[in-house]
Design a protein around this ligand. Structure first.
Ligand SMILES: [Zn+2]
Ligand SMILES: [Zn+2]
Length: 356
């Protein structure tokens, strides 16, 4: 295989379909690495990226174009594969290493990036699969070897999904205060990311985990993955029923939907001094009576993916414990447009993982 010619699927127009294109990769310099992609997970945010932005509520959309993202865009930020070429200064990666790629890059130079929180860089966003070419390709150039995480004995397709779905769940629950056995934590939205959070939290914390999802199959799966209780948010009086079942002692609510009704449910469920963590990017506007902040001593925070160190921690944790086997739907990369369409129309169960 020629490691200097990448074949990728990219969209040349915002909102348009992906097209196959190829380009020459120069020889890796410095600490750059080329990874031959074996798997790339498809994330719900790819639909927003393809559309060009996120719903900011009140009819407003964010714009990746205004923020400087250049076309064509090669999406795909859950990249797994094998190192095939390394730059002359690379010391910690070698040809043949089985890796996943941390995609949430910043400038790489500032103190925030240097401590491994590239995703929070204040200078630049250079995310792979948005600003930099991502994993809907056969080869990808990684700007620095430190963004590679070895997967050890983990199944490569599953490990690839850790780069976004996995660390998003892990990063969100890591923000919860130390919990006791009497505490309850509500997880709203039990798709792949929410379900991973249910399993990780149940396995690592004494608190009781409460799953909230309108889909009975997801509620049942959440109970299997360690949730103590599960509720349908669309039932009349769901708020009261959940509160009562938890002895009105809900220390935290993590919203993996990030919609108007889910965030409002989260805020209303938590006890005084409770934590609300908003993760999902469904979109809309957040409204709450201002006195609630003080009266409930509420803490509301957001959680966006997670740092490089958290990805390393999650990989280590996954080698020690059995995480939920979220169903994987392996498909050829050439069917990427169909897969995006299926994802948009809600026809995907679990996570699509593309294979070049
Ligand atoms: Zn993602
Ligand atoms: Zn930085």
């Amino acid at each position: 295989m020629n490691y200097r010619c990448a074949h990728r699927w990219a969209f040349p127009k915002w909102g348009g379909p992906l097209e196959e294109m190829s380009d020459e990769l120069p020889a890796p310099t410095g600490r750059e690495v080329t990874v031959r992609i074996t798997h790339c997970g498809m994330c719900h945010s790819d639909l927003h990226i393809q559309a060009g932005g996120f719903d900011m509520g009140g009819g407003k959309m964010s714009s990746l174009e205004r923020a400087g993202t250049k076309l064509p865009v090669t999406m795909g930020h859950e990249i797994g594969g094998e190192v095939v070429e390394v730059g002359p200064e690379v010391t910690d990666a070698k040809v043949g290493d089985k890796v996943i790629v941390y995609p949430w890059l910043g400038c790489g130079q500032c103190p925030v990036c240097q401590r491994g929180d590239d995703h929070l860089c204040t200078r630049a966003s250079r995310n792979m699969g948005i600003q930099l070419p991502g994993g809907y390709a056969d080869l990808v150039r990684v700007p620095h070897e430190r963004y590679l995480v070895g997967i050890g004995s983990l199944e490569p397709a599953r490990a690839a999904t850790f780069a976004c779905a996995g660390i998003t769940a892990y990063g969100a629950i890591s923000k919860l205060d130390k919990l006791g056995a009497d505490d309850h934590v509500v997880i709203i939205g039990c798709g792949g990311v929410g379900m991973t959070a249910v399993a990780l939290l149940s396995a690592t914390s004494p608190a009781k985990v409460v799953a909230v999802d309108p889909d009975p199959a997801k509620r049942e799966a959440a109970l299997k993955h360690g949730a103590a209780m599960a509720f349908d948010p669309n039932e009349p009086d769901a708020l009261k029923a959940i509160g009562k079942a938890c002895n009105m002692n809900i220390a935290g609510a993590v919203d993996f939907v990030g919609g108007e009704s889910s965030s409002s449910l989260a805020v209303n469920l938590v006890r005084r001094t409770g934590q609300v963590i908003i993760v999902g990017l469904f979109g809309g506007e957040f409204r709450m009576p201002l006195p609630m902040f003080a009266l409930k001593s509420l803490r509301i925070s957001g959680s966006y993916v997670a740092g490089l160190n958290e990805l390393r921690e999650l990989v280590a944790l996954a080698q020690r414990m059995t995480l939920p086997q979220i169903p994987l739907d392996l498909r050829p990369l050439a069917s990427v447009n169909q897969a995006l369409d299926d994802l948009a129309k809600g026809r995907v169960v679990g996570r699509v993982v593309l294979q070049p």
